[in-house]
Design a protein. Sequence first.
Length: 324
Amino acid sequence: MDLEEFLAEWHSGSPTVLVHTSGSTGKPKPMYVEKRRMEASARITCQFLGLKQGDTALLCMSLDYIAGKMMVVRALTCGLRLLSVAPSGHPLSAVTEPVDFAAMVPMQVYNTLQVPEEREKLMAVKHLIIGGGAIDDALARELAGFPNHVWSTYGMTETLSHIALRRLNGAEASDWYTPFEGVSLSQTDEGCLVIDAPAVHDGPLVTNDIVELSDKGFRILGRKDNVICSGGIKIQTEEVERLLKPHLPAPFMITKRPDRKFGEQVVLLTESTDMDRVREICQQVLPKFWQPRSYAHIDVLPMTETGKPARKEAERLAAFAVEV
């Protein structure tokens, strides 16, 4: 979908807009969302960030998904001046004017940081929000010294983009997400986050994200569907990946497959061809019961269109891993 098509849909007589989920845990699903709730979400974000009429908002993400659509809605609802560029891995390459507000996925930010001229443009963005995927420690460290506001977002299609932000730089940098005003949080018995955000969603929304709650907000530990139950021990996929990221230079992903003895086993997929070295690092870095029992070389790790790990496809590929 291009900008002209979305604007035609937005200005139509229908009270809803068609969006698709990201597909990180399966096939993307279509859903209709109310325009009035999208407008409410837009106002909440702009108020939180202090954006004002006339500020420049960069649209650099696909309009097939909620993140791109919401950038347009924020501009329409709050009087921002929309600057649209084709979605790419280098969204600032052709931008020649100052940007007050931009939303990007981690891959776009990473690529931009590799080009000095683009990096300077990124540092000049007054309000940068990053969503659609995890921000690893290395990327967070590169952003920590940025002079303006840099945020990690928390949200999903069902919440019409984000309902909480976490500061990545400056004195306010934190591991904790701050929910927007009007958002109430609780947990299920399994520790999953429950969101009550009446402005953007009808009724409580039970997520698959296992979190820790405190008076500071919430901290994400991982996803319920990314828990590997091996020999009675629950292993959080994201925690294993977090420990390995500083040590494995090639792209990798932790997944699982059935195991007759343990129920499930930890599997590591990697683009590295030096499997002996990968295995050696895992044995050095990980607790014994977290260490992969099987490894597989993959030419390109499975990812969704929005740059998230395609976990279901990874489980399918795990069937070809070699047990050690």
